[in-house]
Ligand binder design. Structure first.
Ligand code: MN3
Length: 379
């Protein structure tokens, strides 16, 4: 029985991972969340983990008091996340925290020789070269949880990486598919939060509406599968049934399909390489009838274009655009800037900074801060 630690257990991915854990009676070694201490307490009572961690120190005492009658160790802050990530009793750490906070726990798990199921995009976008080289050095597996990357990973099973022409990364197109910039000037937070196929946290839902999410996934795919940017094609596929595909040297294309339900990729990452029943429903292709494929609109969705430019330029640029976006999305959610301003700020931040390389975690943090500072200075 695998022992699983979940960082971000009260978020969308975390809750679905616990569903998978319930179904397969996985041992939950640790759970962690940012601030939802009541949900965390309920989860702790159900799964009896060794550790529970609340990232936001403000709620530490509340959580500690509420779990006083148990023998669970209550932790807090980044120290708590890293203690969980380095706990050698767990077989795999599912990292589904939101934002840059996820990078250090990922690196900590890798350095402790523990496999990582990765749902935190920023880990690879901001620190891709460090994370992948550390994973190789420590002989640690990184299992992608994102549906597209899981699809590619599944298509590659039994195949040689040298035999790939390219990958086809599918995109739902988000709630503003077919809209032009002129249509998007007055988009509200509520409209942007309304995603057609997937239910997710607010940061990633906004990222899906700007296609920043696909840009981050493009960068992630480059690192996970060691590809050149030219080997990644983005295709808009509105139904989210084909989760991505791989074209091999013989022009055979292998794709992975399923209903849009994150429990399938989460389960694949947690139970790899085993396939067993998942707590979701089967795919009925005839219910869909038609699957469509189109080119993305790079003109309207400039976040996507900027991300691709960033990974082509390399160095710190992916980290810069990621930080600028995180900052800008926060401002949009707080109704401080317009929807289109997100893309403008992301692009401006990339143009503002000179080329630098990233060779350590400290580099990532200082570049991330500089980019956020730049965005704040523009408002
Ligand atoms: Mn995705």
């Amino acid at each position: 029985m695998k022992k699983v630690s979940i960082l971000g257990s009260t978020g969308s991915i975390g809750l679905q991972a616990l569903d998978v854990a319930r179904k397969h009676k996985l041992k939950i070694q640790a759970i962690a969340a940012n601030s939802s201490y009541k949900v965390l307490e309920e989860q702790a009572r159900e799964f009896s983990p060794k550790y529970v961690c609340i990232y936001n120190e403000k709620y530490y005492n509340d959580l500690k008091t509420s779990l006083a009658d148990t023998d669970i160790t209550v932790l807090s802050g980044m120290d708590g996340l890293c203690r969980i990530a380095s706990d050698k009793d767990s077989d795999i750490v599912l990292n589904s925290v939101v934002g840059m906070v996820g990078l250090l726990p990922t690196l900590t798990a890798i350095r402790s020789g523990i496999d990582v199921a990765l749902a935190n995009k920023e880990t690879l976008v901001a620190g891709g070269n460090i994370v992948m080289s550390e994973a190789k050095r420590n002989n640690v597996n990184i299992f992608p949880v994102d549906s597209e990357h899981s699809a590619i990973f599944q298509c590659l099973q039994g195949n040689d990486m040298n035999r790939i022409n390219k990958i086809i990364l599918t995109a739902s197109g988000g709630p503003f598919f077919n809209k032009k910039k002129s249509d998007l000037q007055n988009v509200t937070v509520e409209q942007a939060l309304n995603h057609p196929n997937w239910s997710m946290g607010s940061k990633i839902t906004i990222d899906s509406s700007t296609l920043m999410n696909k840009g981050l996934e493009f960068i992630e795919a480059k690192w996970l599968f060691d590809l050149e940017p030219d080997q990644i094609e983005i295709v808009v596929h509105r139904q989210s049934v084909l989760h991505s595909a791989v074209e091999f040297k013989d022009f055979s294309v292998i794709g992975q399909m399923g209903v849009p339900d994150m429990r399938i990729p989460i389960q694949y990452a947690l139970l790899y390489p085993h396939r067993t029943e998942c707590p979701t429903r089967p795919l009925s292709l005839t219910d869909y009838g038609t699957l469509t494929f189109e080119k993305p609109d790079y003109e309207t969705f400039d976040c996507l274009t900027t991300c691709i430019d960033a990974i082509r330029k390399g160095g710190a640029y992916p980290c810069i655009v990621n930080a600028a976006n995180e900052e800008a999305v926060g401002m949009f959610l707080n109704k401080k800037i317009s929807f289109l301003k997100i893309g403008e700020l992301v692009k401006e931040s990339m143009e503002h900074f000179d080329h630098t390389d990233i060779s350590s975690y400290e580099d990532v943090i200082s570049i991330d801060n500089a980019s956020r500072e730049f965005v704040r200075s523009k408002i």
